[in-house]
Design a protein around this ligand. Structure first.
Ligand code: ZN
Length: 247
């Protein structure tokens, strides 16, 4: 699968870079994972929004869904070269917040499809496993596996440190982890530190760690150093805009 980082800041966009959003592609299948601020303009450089096949949402905080309404409007108004309307867009998300879940369905444009902790999900060529995270609102991490090759990426979404991430991310080819905090903020109930992300990566034996949901302040290279202290042998990188990772 090919992962393109469309936005990586936590909370709010800055300096032309948006918040959480990743395009995950395999062959001709285009899955959008979270739809943060500014994601639609960046997405358009790679895939026409009317050609998206599905959307997967971790939770309903603004920095993960800010561009969802304009994605729905794009698919309401835009036509392809032959004048055809796009298909009904499936948006996979939890329904533990009924008001937000109901907004995912928009007549003839998109359909909210709820998952819960027990359900098994397949989206196009991907098997999706999910795990509830530690966050002030219901939020899910995802383990996304190519059914044919077994290549796997894990996305922690937003979370404080949970020991369960070690099993959930076991042997993943790529771990994309919420590293919103610098060292010293461990055991927070909203986000992780880079050090905690490194610990998970090391214990889960992942092949690569990508630090994301980054803060707007401080020296981001320190995050890499702090994660690397916990995972000396694992390649670790900071997310950057339009970074492409082939998993
Ligand atoms: Zn959040």
């Amino acid at each position: 699968m090919k992962v393109t980082v469309l936005g990586f800041y936590g909370g709010y966009p800055t300096k032309g870079v948006g918040t959480s959003s990743y395009l995950i592609e395999l062959n001709d299948f285009h899955l959008l994972l979270d739809v943060g601020s500014n994601s639609l303009l960046t997405l358009e450089k790679y895939v026409d929004p009317i050609d998206l096949d599905a959307v997967l949402l971790s939770h309903y905080h603004h920095d993960h869904i800010a561009d969802l309404g304009v994605l729905q409007f794009t698919r309401l108004l835009k036509r392809d070269d032959k004048g055809n309307k796009p298909h009904l867009l499936p948006i996979y998300c939890h329904n533990e917040d009924v008001d937000n879940f109901n907004k995912m369905s928009f007549e003839n444009v998109s359909q909210g499809i709820a998952f819960n902790e027990e359900s098994e999900l397949t989206i196009g060529p991907f098997k999706i496993e999910h795990m509830k995270t530690l966050h002030p609102v219901p939020c899910y991490a995802f383990r996304i596996t190519e059914e044919k090759s077994n290549k796997t990426m894990v996305f922690t979404a937003d979370s404080g440190y949970k020991e369960d991430f070690i099993g959930f991310a076991k042997d993943a080819d790529l771990l994309i982890a919420d590293s919103n905090f610098y060292e010293g903020m461990e055991n927070h109930t909203v986000h992780m530190t880079a050090k905690e992300c490194g610990r998970i990566a090391n214990k889960a034996n992942v092949k690569k760690l990508l630090l994301t949901h980054l803060p707007q302040t401080g020296d981001l290279n320190q995050l890499v150093e702090q994660a690397q202290d916990e995972a000396p042998s694992i390649p670790i990188e900071l997310a950057h805009k339009e970074m492409i990772i082939n998993v």
